[in-house]
Design a protein around this ligand. Structure first.
Ligand code: NAI
Ligand code: MG
Length: 363
């Protein structure tokens, strides 16, 4: 089967790290390991420069038609004063919204070779491999009413509203249970049922989905605050964590710091499975931004981008064995001491973006 990819390199180091993914795709095709057909489009500042929009309808149509979108990064000082609706991030937000990407997967993996770079002690993080599943299209970031009103007595009132319906919790729970089944078979659900109605419903629905469809997976519930504490105290107790949009935003950034550098962290965003084609919309991107401070210098670490593509192999194309090879190649290159500037320790020399990409390809 031919797999259709839309590549959106974006701005800053986006095109540099995407270059290494293109090289990997070329090699996979040449080896006959899979067949990828790629198209490329503009997003963010690059799209604004060309069309005064951060993503065009034509690019959105390409994204909808693709089996997966591979996204670099957007933004930079050059576009700081463009109109709000055309700001670079708007392109990414439109992709997430229009493709219905409700499930955000953020792995936190600590390669033994990099355990020193973590904010925590080696023994706490070495070999860490957890997955945070964050609900991405609901909750308090989107709920109505969302207002600031003037109370007239020198006071204002700000209102954000946390809203979750059963189906939203069910579908994110299924994504998380499915992932747990492919990993170490354990899921931890986090909410605040002690003080929030949405937490009560979240807990109830996840428990029901478990009883109905996933009895073989070990399910545990933690309150999101003490769960956060456990994440930095003893993170290896977790396999998959599922949580709402707000808690997931915070917990996944905390988990990121367990692993070392921003240049190492991949992510995936998944939509619903289409009833007829059995395919789901998906977008894969590094967690980092466009890094204007190092852009154009060949210094960027391509591992987050390459490993995001690895997630595409695993979650959109059922090429798990190939994804395992990509992960193993990254680990092997790191174990040999190869480092880009962001992860290098004192006294060692750093390699460039393309040297790192090439070394991973060789492995
Ligand atoms: P950033 O992630 O771009 O950079 C933060 C720091 O980490 C910088 O010192 C940078 O050099 C370093 N860094 C990031 N990725 C790296 C990599 N692959 N290799 C080596 N070093 C790396 O975040 P920052 O500086 O807050 O934002 C810069 C621009 O990126 C802004 O315009 C921001 O809006 C945008 N941004 C875009 C995101 C996206 O496209 N999803 C996400 C975050 C920020
Ligand atoms: Mg965040």
């Amino acid at each position: 089967a031919t797999h259709k990819l839309l590549l959106l390199p974006g701005d800053g180091i986006g095109p540099e790290v995407m270059g290494e993914v293109k090289r990997l795709i070329g090699w996979i095709n040449a080896q006959g390991l899979a067949h990828f057909e790629t198209e490329e489009g503009l997003v963010g500042g690059a799209a604004y420069d060309a069309s005064k929009q951060s993503i065009t309808d034509a690019t959105m149509a390409m994204a909808s038609a693709a089996d997966a979108v591979i996204f670099g990064a957007v933004g930079g000082p050059k576009w700081d004063s463009v109109p709000y609706e055309a700001r670079p991030e708007a392109g990414l937000l439109r992709l997430r919204k229009d493709l219905g990407l409700f499930a955000n997967l953020r792995p936190a993996v600590c390669y033994p070779a990099l355990a020193e770079a973590s904010s925590l002690k080696r023994e706490v993080v070495e070999g860490l491999d957890i997955m945070i599943v964050r609900e991405l299209t609901g909750g308090v970031y989107f709920g109505e009413p969302k207002t600031i009103t003037d109370l007239g007595n020198g006071q204002k009132r700000a209102i954000d509203t946390q809203v979750y319906d059963t189906y939203e919790i069910e579908r994110i729970a299924r994504v998380a249970f499915d992932l747990a089944r492919k990993r170490r078979n354990k899921l931890t659900s986090m909410e605040k049922r002690n003080v929030m109605k949405s937490g009560v419903l979240w807990n109830e629905v996840v428990t029901q989905v478990h009883a109905r469809e996933y009895k073989d997976v070990q399910l545990e519930h933690q309150l999101a605050d003490s769960g956060g504490m456990n994440l930095v105290k003893a993170p290896k107790q977790f396999d998959v964590i599922v949580t709402d949009n707000l808690f997931g935003d915070m917990l996944s950034d905390i988990a990121a710091m367990l692993t070392g550098s921003l240049g190492m962290l991949p992510s995936a965003s998944l939509g619903e499975i289409d009833a007829t084609s059995r395919k789901r919309k998906s977008l894969f991107e590094p967690v980092h931004g466009s890094a204007p401070d190092i852009a154009g210098k060949g210094l960027a670490n391509p591992i987050a981008m390459i490993s995001s593509f690895g997630m595409a192999l695993r979650y959109s194309f059922d090429l798990g064995a190939l994804a395992d090879k990509v992960d193993a190649a990254i680990a092997a290159v790191l174990a040999k001491g190869m480092r880009t500037a962001d992860i290098k320790s004192e006294g060692t020399t750093a390699v460039s973006t393309s040297q790192m990409g090439e070394a991973i390809l060789k492995e």
